[in-house]
Design a protein around this ligand. Structure first.
Ligand code: NAD
Length: 432
């Protein structure tokens, strides 16, 4: 199929590249000239496992091209994916200006029947709005359909998640577009992956409901974590104990320093906004957000317990991205923790395997280091914020020798109390 994907960010680039890899002809469009220049040289503007090789391969085999020319993308394609940003507005609703702008461009340039697929996460009812915008802005009337096809990929595992998803959700309003979408995903559904067809509004809501459910599980465990600390229960074993119940399952039950990233906080808040606008209650979700806000700051008293006076003291931060295996710093808990520590007078040294370039654009007065060892050197405490695998296999005796004091605050519970005690560390984690 001939496909245009508008937006070359974390979602658009993965979707475009994976669809090209399945044998389609893909034109990936973005307004960011620098991004497009890089991509045409085979350089990925984001860090995502396996993406660079896949881009290079599909460029070489001429199945994918990158351009700022949206007209070319629209006119040469049968299916147009919208995968632009939908950031949070101050009132917690979503800013749809990028989506609306693309819809107007599609209306302006379309030259025949097109299926317009919304990949961006958008409020319930947006497919109808896009339809209206296109109808109102078409120069020459052409038939088209708007489909909702929310994306569930996780950054860090995005290629695997897109190529081998738990399910594909497609909201359509007629058989014509449904058949096209079914054919488009044949390469994936062939391997037994289920496809769920709904109407557009249901598909839009499934995306929010999924993220809100996952965020709820995290906040639920973070709600229990301080109680565990007070009573002597162990949150890791509580997670294991409830996760073994097949009705509950083991995933997204890790207590820690709360959820961040470009999706969970935005989508939960947006769902609250949508529910309340319809006069429905959003109490559970309000609590999910409140617990998360508290949890982002929960490490500060723990750090102060080991380093009571932080003024002019060096503190090492291990891990900056909002989760491992990505360079994405959007809404990362590390930002809150570093800002709080700086307010208390601490000097920050930080290491992250991939996110330093993005972190430099956000964090001020931080000494960025090239290894976890260099970050720990001369510090009063190490604070583990993002559980990159590199931190699991470190020479911790070497770390201890480099530090001023052997204090580790583990925000992700990746080490064990007993091991750290044997190594001679003062060790505090979450909920244990
Ligand atoms: P992003 O900010 O990384 O990428 C958006 C891209 O769109 C940018 O490169 C931007 O330059 C481009 N763009 C904006 N306006 C444009 C226009 N008019 N024409 C062409 N390009 C334009 O965003 P993202 O993380 O890829 O997210 C995109 C959407 O997917 C959001 O709605 C998000 O909520 C949703 N989503 C994200 C994830 C994720 O893990 N990041 C997962 C599932 C869904």
């Amino acid at each position: 199929m001939n496909i245009c994907v508008v937006g070359c960010g974390y979602v658009g680039l993965v979707v475009g590249t994976c669809l090209a890899d399945l044998g389609n002809n893909v034109i990936n469009v973005d307004t960011d000239k620098e991004k497009i220049q890089k991509l045409n040289k085979g350089i990925s503007p984001i860090y995502e496992t396996g993406l660079r090789d896949m881009i290079e391969r599909n460029l070489e085999e001429k199945r994918i091209s990158f351009t700022t020319d949206i007209r070319e993308g629209i006119q040469k394609s049968d299916v147009i994916f919208i995968a632009v940003g939908t950031p949070k507005k101050d009132n917690n609703s979503q800013d749809l200006s990028q989506v609306r702008a693309v819809a107007k461009e599609i209306a302006k340039y379309m030259n025949g029947y097109k299926v317009i697929v919304n990949k961006s996460t958008v409020p319930v009812g947006t497919a109808d709005e896009i339809k209206k915008i296109i109808k109102e802005n078409q120069k020459i009337p052409h038939d088209f359909d708007v489909v909702s096809n929310p994306e569930f990929l996780r950054e860090g595992d995005a290629i695997r998640d897109f190529s081998s998803p738990d399910r594909i959700v497609i909201g359509t309003e007629n058989e014509r577009s449904k058949a096209i979408m079914e054919a488009l995903y044949k390469g994936i559904t062939r391997t037994g992956k289920p496809i769920l067809f709904t109407n557009t509004k249901t598909a839009e809501l499934i995306k929010y409901a999924s993220n809100a459910m996952l965020a709820t599980r995290i906040s639920f465990m973070n709600l229990l974590a301080p109680f565990c600390e007070k009573t002597g229960a162990d949150i890791k074993l509580v997670a294991k104990g409830i996760g073994l119940d097949t009705r509950i399952g083991p995933r997204f039950l890790q207590a820690g320093i709360g959820f961040g990233g470009s999706c969970f906080p935005k989508d939960v808040n947006s769902l609250i906004w949508m529910l309340e606008r319809q006069g429905c209650t959003a109490e559970i979700l309000r609590s999910v957000v409140d617990v998360n806000e508290v949890q982002k700051r929960a490490l500060i008293p723990k750090i102060k317990k080991l380093v009571p006076n932080l003024k002019e003291k060096y503190i090492a931060i291990w891990g900056l991205s909002f989760k491992p295996k990505t360079d994405d710093m959007r809404d990362a808990p590390s930002i809150v923790i570093i800002n709080e520590l700086q307010k208390l007078g601490a000097k920050i040294k930080a290491f992250d395997p991939e996110a330093i370039e993005n972190a430099k654009k956000i964090l001020k007065n931080v000494e960025f280091c090239d290894t976890p060892y260099n970050a720990a050197k001369g510090c009063e405490a190490v604070v583990l914020v993002t559980e990159w695998n590199v931190f699991r296999d470190l020479d911790l005796l070497k770390v201890k020798k480099l530090m001023n004091r052997p204090n580790i605050i583990d925000g992700r519970n990746i080490y064990e109390h007993e091991d750290m005690k044997k190594l001679g560390f003062n060790y505090i984690c979450v909920g244990r």
